[in-house]
Design a protein around this ligand. Sequence first.
Ligand code: SF4
Length: 176
Amino acid sequence: MSITATHINYHHVCKRKLWLFCNGINMEHTSDTVYDGKLLHETSYPQRNEKHSELNIQANHQNISLFGKIDFYDARQKIIHETKRSNKVEKAHEWQVKFYLWLLKLNGIDEATATLEYPLLRQTDCVTLTTEDIAQLQTMIEEISQLKESEQCPPVINAKICKSCSYYELCYVEEV
Ligand code: SF4
């Protein structure tokens, strides 16, 4: 079994979204979203591109393969830069970068930090990884593994975020 940062992100957004994604129902134009994030980063922070590299990182935790793709990593200062095009700060973003920090730690890179950047909000948040965060990430990995194996799709959540979710029509087809 493998788990990526997308699973961690969706775990915070909606369990149903996570289950649909795990079952190969992918309506998010992920590559476009990633491209937009990279483009926004490159136009917002043009001076940065020379000293940052893309990093594909992998680790194992209890027979589960964990994968992360960090778009901008400053290896000298051990800082991850994650740019979000969102106009609101979300816990899911924070846990996504904590997951990256954990992957670095599992690969022997301690005390890395991350900056979560929201150019549209003109806001930058510093993210670190604590022992408690690692325990929470381990619990998340267990919960995601269980959900991946479940045959039961979780119910719709009737939340405000549903309106902007790519699965909206799928979830509310009878009501559209
Ligand atoms: S539309 Fe709502 S219930 Fe459906 S997957 Fe998205 S967030 Fe979850």
